[in-house]
Write a protein that binds this ligand. Structure first.
Ligand SMILES: Cc1ncc(COP(=O)(O)O)c(C=O)c1O
Length: 494
């Protein structure tokens, strides 16, 4: 079900403002949005707008009147949303039809919570945007490898982008079709190659000349044929955080465009290799179209050169990397991406592949955490919570921003606090300079944690892995149970 957002804003306002306003309305989030929270809405034509996955609620006609504050609007929305929102009755945070207070009570904290509808809706958004192409959407398993989420996507006919034998195992366990799996990664071991060959995957995304040789050797030994694509590094600056940029000249990923043709010629001579495609992946959390188009044009140039040499390709894989809104980013629209690609692919007869991770699952999840202590130190007010960098690594690894909101109705304050975790590292900081009034025992929701949250978590400081809960309507299912202390030592006992 897709509800339309009818949103009356004083025209003209940019998409970014619309999104910020929506977000503030939905979550009363971070009172850095205070200015927009006080915005008065006009009676101009309502414009439909989306905010990542938080877009899906209907806006009652009665609210399209002047002088309604965002808070009033948020309170009056008949929300059927897929992202978190505040219950009109008591202003506490909900996901689908479930109160986050209830989830915390039932499953404890810290705890990851995902919306099934948000996950499936963003997968469908990809399918819809590229429906005029012959497309295969290969979900990047690394973003979130939970078996239940993989199962949901497999049931929709999704393909998968894997980077290890473990991810292959997970996808197969989840019922994924091996003929829809692409295998990326710079260090595929002999064992991993053999496992993927035997599973019958769609293609190996080859990242070096040495890997090409190893693939040929393993396929020859197993008397099989390895379908291959070269991951080409198009040397494009994705204008994202350096740790998640993968298409720069100095990157360890892919083969330089200048050597790709020679490698394809070499691959063509190897009898146990079959050339099926070409691919690139230039980075993650990219919010503008230009880097994608620059990379696509470079890849298409190679595709035409290959065709001229009698090496036709069955598919072109443009990787993942499409960004989401964590704070006030204005992520690119998939339909604009599709529109820009259309004329470029006029002459290509084959299939178009994508490897999205973050865009599928990022806004579908949040991390619930409880405040343990407040602590005042010179120049800083600390809110110490029970989730740490081992549970959510992105802020300490990439200085990533996640919106952090109270689960109960927010209290007005001008106070700025830093939210820190229990891990014995100074970098265990989940958010700095947040305008929040909280007490020990309060629940907080750290938003947009569906991607690279649980999948990057660790047991550092002997902290058991935390549970993951899937919400669907009014149902909640534990899709990964909380680990026990016994789990921590089970593999060390002789
Ligand atoms: C090869 C490859 N494909 C796809 C992805 C998914 O990227 P994103 O989650 O930004 O869509 C990654 C992530 O790093 C990757 O390395």
């Amino acid at each position: 079900m897709l509800d339309i957002v009818g949103f009356a804003l004083p025209a003209p306002v940019g998409v970014r403002t619309q999104r910020r306003a929506l977000f503030a309305a939905r979550t009363n989030a971070g009172f850095s949005h205070r200015a927009s929270a006080n915005t008065v809405f006009g009676t101009h034509d309502p414009c439909s707008c989306t905010f990542g996955n938080f877009s899906l609620f209907s806006f009652p006609q009665s609210c399209r009147t002047p002088k309604l504050s965002l808070t009033q609007i948020a309170m009056s929305l008949p929300l059927t949303a897929f992202g978190p929102y505040r219950a009109p009755t008591n202003n506490t945070l909900m996901l689908e039809s479930v109160s986050l207070n209830e989830i915390a009570e039932r499953y404890g904290t810290p705890c990851y919570v995902y919306s099934q509808s948000a996950l499936l809706q963003s997968y469908q958004e990809y399918r819809d945007a590229f429906q005029s192409f012959d497309t295969l959407v290969c979900y990047a398993v690394k973003a979130n490898a939970n078996l239940s989420l993989l199962r949901l996507l497999a049931a929709q006919g999704a393909g998968f982008d894997i980077v290890s034998g473990g991810e292959l195992f997970r996808v197969l366990q989840a019922g994924g079709d091996p003929r829809r799996i692409v295998f990326s990664g710079v260090a595929k071991s002999e064992r991993e190659i053999d496992e993927a060959l035997k599973a019958g995957i769609l293609c190996f995304n080859v990242e070096s000349a040495a890997e090409l040789q190893r693939l040929s050797e393993r396929a020859t030994r197993l008397e099989m044929t390895a379908p291959i694509s070269l991951r080409v590094n198009p040397e494009v600056d994705a204008r994202t955080h350096p740790y998640i940029a993968t298409g720069l000249r100095t990157s360890k990923f892919g083969v330089p465009a200048t050597t790709a043709l020679a490698l394809y010629r070499e691959a063509q001579k190897l009898p146990h290799l079959k050339i099926v495609g070409i691919d690139c992946h230039i980075g993650s959390q990219i919010t503008t179209l230009e880097p994608f188009l620059e990379a696509t044009d470079k890849i298409l140039e190679l595709v035409h050169q290959l065709a001229a040499e009698g090496i036709p390709l069955e598919h072109i894989d443009l990787g993942g990397g499409v960004g989401i809104c964590y704070r006030d980013e204005d992520p690119l629209s998939l339909s604009a991406y599709a529109t820009a690609l259309k004329p470029r692919f006029n002459k290509f007869q084959g299939r178009l592949l994508f490897e999205p991770g973050r865009r599928i699952v990022g806004n579908a999840g949040l991390l619930l955490t409880r405040v343990e202590y407040l602590k005042t130190i010179p120049e800083r007010q600390l809110v110490i919570v029970d989730a740490g960098m081992n549970d959510l690594m992105r802020p300490s690894l990439y200085q990533a921003w996640h919106e952090i909101v109270p689960v109960d109705a927010p209290r007005k304050t001008d106070q700025k606090v830093d939210i820190v975790g229990p891990v014995c590292e100074s970098s265990d900081v989940l958010g700095t300079g947040r305008t929040l009034d909280v007490q020990a025992g309060d629940l907080l929701a750290i938003l947009s944690c569906g991607a690279y949250g649980a999948s990057m978590s660790s047991r550092y400081n002997a902290r058991p892995l935390i549970p993951e809960v899937l919400v669907h309507g009014s149902q909640t299912t534990v899709i990964r149970r909380r680990e026990t202390y016994a789990d921590l030592i089970q593999h060390e006992l002789s």
